[in-house]
Write a protein that binds this ligand. Sequence first.
Ligand SMILES: Cc1cc2nc3c(=O)[nH]c(=O)nc-3n(C[C@H](O)[C@H](O)[C@H](O)COP(=O)(O)O)c2cc1C
Length: 407
Amino acid sequence: MAKPINVADYRASAQRRLPRFVWDTIEGGAGDEITLRRNRTAFSDYVLRPRPLVDVSRRDLTTSVLGTTISLPVMLGPVGAGRLVHHDAEPIAARAAANSGTIYCLSSITRAPEELAGVADGPMWFQLYIKPTRERTERLVRRAHASNYKVLCVTVDGAVPAIRERDTRNEMKPPVSPRARFLVQGAGHPVWAANFVNARRRLGLRGASEPAQTSLRDVEDEITSTWQPISWDDLAWLRDLWSGPLVVKGIMRAEECARLIGLGVDGIVVSNHGGRQLDGVSATIEALPEVVAAVGGKLEVYLDGGIRRGSDVVKALALGATAVLIGRPYMYGLAARGQRGVEDVLGILRNEIDNTMALLGCPSIADIDSSLVKRTGDTATARAPYPWTATPDGDGAPAERAVRMFS
Ligand SMILES: Cc1cc2nc3c(=O)[nH]c(=O)nc-3n(C[C@H](O)[C@H](O)[C@H](O)COP(=O)(O)O)c2cc1C
């Protein structure tokens, strides 16, 4: 088995290793998956403009995120479904991030915040979905604070559950209870199945709000209560409650920025939830410039969605992002090779960022500026089919089959 050499290889390997219903849960997007595809393809609409004749014999990828130094401008974003991929998804991701010198953000719907305290010595963020009552939210936020998470990252694009048709077709509803098709699909992936069965036996399934929750009904309540409208009032209340840095995830336009600055928010993640919530939204790389302009340097701006290459990271930084977050790419690494896979995905991106910086003429992250990237105005690529996206009932486009070299 050849070793994956890029994120696309890891993706192909992950697809082979996971049963269809898990793969679709991780990979899928909302509606027609237009935004999912666009997140990826829109990067092609931005071309790089190399700055020659710069001494790039030494490069430095370190940067600072809300006062924390990280060794590359890529963080691991919150992924609530990681335990479908690997029973130890979150501790593995936390350790991989720490070993790679970056930040891991724990999703609030997968584990209690206390569970990760002490598993790794790197800095961690805690992502919050607001709960149905302020009492429940406050309890969870206080526990995150007591568990030493540095940053509270509030997700604001989940007012209602998204319509994800892959999950509908697979009858994939939380909690994952045995269903004939899951057993059949799982049996075809014995390594995954052994891991999953082991997870249920050893850990039980727990929601994040209440560490004592163990029944499937509790978990269902936890997950179905995830999708709640969150208002400006709620955000102002959270700002008062949380004394540390506050990041808002899910901003896609300029209009909200002044009010976020006024509230004392410290960072914004330009995010459309990886194309998993509202389909038809623009790609995040397209939304980034207007948010950066509206913010005017008064808070930090990050981007997630569609990052698969180091050059994507550099384009986001050139357009004003302080750093990026990834979701699916580290799930691919996790599915393919566990912790080594997550670390390798970060290593691959690190190497590609380094190479892009060298060839662009940037010895350091601070040298990456807007002169290095230009939008071509050619939106044809944004409309083209995304070659990696499987059709709901097929086994993928020809290009996708071609990259399935690794098992
Ligand atoms: C399977 C899956 C589960 C996710 N769960 C959460 C979550 O619990 N909280 C959250 O804020 N975002 C969640 N996201 C969104 C990611 O944090 C991130 O915005 C997105 O994955 C970025 O796009 P990318 O996958 O193309 O890198 C999830 C994404 C995926 C793929």
